[in-house]
Design a protein around this ligand. Structure first.
Ligand code: CAO
Length: 434
């Protein structure tokens, strides 16, 4: 069974009337979910619009030079009804490829969420990011080639089948290059991934990864490999803060918000970022020289666990908001996250992330930095502990904190000071007003 579906331009943030600079499919082409259909160009960047469904192209309703906005009809697709993927928010299908200048520019959040990661252009790239037709992408997939690493030589930066083949040949030559002692080549020189026939050892079940898991997995791997992470740990006495939170919740009338620890953590994190601006920055590049881009706005992401995987919605301008507003925005974004309704705008622009596992448990973990941010705060479960007050042991509520930071941007002393400052605010929240 099949039916004809209309594929439209998904949520592309604030962009409108963007010109089509390339149409990548024609009637009769078979496309998979995420295969690029066309390329749009804004004044800052070019971006691929991938297919939200798999099928055979029946008609293409746009041509080069047309101007498109969210909702514009791109094409019609013959879709096999019984093999339809789970519905995804249209907003999740936006892919930005490369800034016009050739430098990489990320408008959408590159770590986690329903947004496809931006393609990483090689550091010295001066040409456009490659575009590959569905058949070339499928060929690359078959050979296990990551198309973002292939140098495209076709017209208009288009990737050819030959480009994929050359990439594979070069990789093989490098693998067998003589005179290069293992581990001294500057490359990772990793062993191939073990291939095991698991079914030989017992019963197995194959489960497809959700779209969010595929995207976040790719981003987390990149961040883990490319960022020199260090994690500092701290414990903070939040006995008074918890009593204050409970009091606020007891005072609340019918319409009152439920004050969460997360909201206080986010507020205190922003006060600490103001005192240590390097933690609210991103590494950049200007004419080949590394620079630090220090942001003077405070948009805080928080990790939210959903049935389909991890997403990071962002609360904007936290420095201008009170705890009650942060609480309601967290609740609304967490609800949208669980319902799979977060759009790119809900997940972009973050400057720092808080990942709280406190509601679940644990005594500590090392969170992975949400690039291009440079630090992330991990929080686990607060526990009552006997603490020495100078005369006796007293029961105190102790909260474990973990701060992972990018060692290219900050150092251990700065991280220790950051955590001390944060702990001081959480231990006595009145200090946030100072
Ligand atoms: N210590 C002790 N108790 C805590 C706590 C902490 N650090 N943090 C929360 N709690 C308590 C809350 O007070 C609440 O209890 P009450 O209902 O009695 O008040 C309960 O745990 C549930 O809290 P919650 O975690 O569900 O709610 P939240 O507002 O604190 O967090 C959210 C919301 C979205 C952060 C959370 O639902 C979530 O998704 N957490 C997982 C994040 C995650 O996966 N991080 C890992 C990323 S790396 O893979």
């Amino acid at each position: 069974m099949s039916e004809i579906r209309e594929i439209q331009v998904p949520d592309i943030g604030d962009f409108k009337d963007l010109p089509v600079i390339e149409v990548l499919v024609k009637p009769g082409d078979t496309v998979a979910v995420d295969d690029p259909l066309l390329t749009l160009e804004s004044d800052k960047a070019s971006m691929d619009v991938p297919s939200s469904e798999a099928g055979v192209v029946v008609s293409v309703n746009i041509k080069e030079g047309d101007r498109l906005s969210q909702g514009s009809l791109i094409l019609t697709l013959q879709v096999a009804v019984d093999t339809l993927p789970a519905a995804q928010p249209a907003a999740s299908s936006f892919v930005e490829t490369q800034a016009e200048s050739g430098a990489r520019e990320v408008v959408q959040p590159p770590l986690i969420g329903a947004v496809k990661p931006a393609t990483v252009a090689p550091a010295n790239a001066s040409a456009r990011a490659p575009h590959a037709s569905p058949s070339v992408r499928s060929y690359a997939r078959k050979l296990g080639v990551d198309v973002s690493r292939v140098q495209a030589t076709g017209k208009g930066g288009r990737m050819l089948r030959e480009d994929v083949e050359r990439f594979v040949k070069d990789a093989l030559v490098r693998l067998h290059s003589p005179g290069q002692p293992a581990g001294h080549s500057g490359r990772l020189d990793l062993l191939p991934w073990p291939e095991v026939d698991f079914a030989r050892f017992g019963q197995i079940e194959k489960v497809a990864l959700s779209r969010i898991k595929k995207i976040s997995g790719a981003n987390l791997s990149r961040n883990w490999v490319m960022i020199p992470h260090v994690t500092n740990n701290e414990e903070v006495d939040i006995t008074e803060l918890e009593a204050f939170r409970q009091q606020l919740n007891q005072e609340g009338g019918k319409e009152a918000v439920k004050y969460t620890l997360l909201a206080f953590l986010i507020k205190a994190a922003v006060a600490t970022l103001k005192a240590f601006p390097a933690f609210n920055s991103s590494l950049g590049d200007e004419e080949g020289e590394p620079i630090l881009i220090v942001k003077q706005y405070y948009h805080i992401g928080f990790a939210a666990d959903t049935p389909n995987g991890l997403v990071v919605p962002v609360i904007r301008d936290v420095d201008q908001k009170g705890i009650a507003q942060i609480v309601s925005e967290c609740a609304e974004l967490a609800r949208k996250a669980r319902d799979g309704k977060l759009g790119p705008a809900d997940m972009s622009g973050g400057t720092f992330t808080v990942s709280s596992l406190g509601g679940i448990g644990g005594t500590g973990f090392n969170p992975i930095i949400n690039a291009p941010e440079v630090a992330i705060l991990g929080v686990t479960r607060a526990q009552i502990r006997p603490c020495w007050d100078g005369q006796a042991f007293a029961p105190r509520l102790i909260l474990p904190l973990a701060l992972s930071w990018d060692h290219r941007v900050v150092d251990g002393a700065a991280a220790a000071r950051f955590l001390q400052h944060l702990a001081g605010l959480l231990a006595d929240f009145r200090r946030i007003t100072l």
